[in-house]
Design a protein around this ligand. Sequence first.
Ligand SMILES: C[S@@+](CC[C@H](N)C(=O)[O-])C[C@H]1O[C@@H](n2cnc3c(N)ncnc32)[C@H](O)[C@@H]1O
Length: 356
Amino acid sequence: MSEHQPTTTTPPTTRPTGSGPDAGPGSGPDAGPDTILRLINGYWSTGILGAAAEHRLFTHLEDGAHDAAQLAARAQISERGAQTLLDGLVSIGLLTLEHGRYRNTPAASAYLVAGRPADLSAMARLKLTHMGKLAALPEVVRAGGPVSDPTTEVADNPHWGQVVPAIAAQSVPAAAIAADVLGLSEAGALSILDVGGGSGIYSATWLKANPAARATQLDWEPINAIARQLLAERGVADRFTCIDGDFHTTDFGTGTYDVALYSHIAHQEGPEDNIAVFTRLKDALKPGGALVVCDYVVDDDRSGPPFPLLFASEMLLKSQQGGTWRRADYHAWLTKAGFSDITFHSAPPATLVIAR
Ligand SMILES: C[S@@+](CC[C@H](N)C(=O)[O-])C[C@H]1O[C@@H](n2cnc3c(N)ncnc32)[C@H](O)[C@@H]1O
């Protein structure tokens, strides 16, 4: 049996909104100017993390460098710059300092060292380049959506070519959890459809786990080219097919797939478009087939979790109708689309919604 037990469709126990250990860093009686100023200057974290990732600081630390002079030499940066990054990384809790030696925390070691399967360094570098766009947020908030260069609705937007390799690492644990919940490795000859599959990381993971499975990815043509390369590197390209096109208008087929996947797409779409896609995916699945939705899902009362609550601003900036949707929204939309068995599984900071 899977170790990832489904959670209920009702909201979890109410989280305190103004105090207590689960409240945000700006809440509670201890919130003074220090805390507020750190939040106001939150972009320092983005900058320090992006610069550290760019210069592979976490990788050099993992390989044994332990002070500014050694890091400066290995990364070919200034010693003053290295010390500044070290100070910042200690401040944001990604390094420890003991007896003059800096070390990665377990989280930095798992998620910021080059070559690790769940390495998020590419995302850290990418986000540093997005930072300027946040200056438009006051105007975007007033308008209720993007005020210039819309992103998610634009066909073949070069934005995706930057995002999909960076987001792939986030899907590594989620793909493993979904495979476990669905028992994919023992399921025999499966046929999988990945809508907006991006880097192809899910197909790569699932085809590797199940040598009898076949996967089809629907995405824009340049993105499918990126995915084909990853599947070839993983030695499973012979069981991987791509369809180039817009998933709003491309036919998914009828009764064709055992598993369909819609990962990090629902947040860019509005309710009507999500219902329409879920309905077409229900038709595309064989009877009893499973739809896997992976996204940043918020509690029904919108009290958490923290990451999905913050991610809503990303969608306000970049999409006309997107947002971070509640469990209740997914439940209602999937029910409307004809699914009946709907379960939620934690894959932090995302949630897997599995529907049959
Ligand atoms: C945020 S990425 C998610 C990638 C992948 N599913 C994952 O979870 O790692 C969104 C993906 O959807 C694709 N996409 C967005 N809108 C699309 C559309 N209208 N038709 C086809 N693909 C689309 C993008 O090209 C990109 O690959």
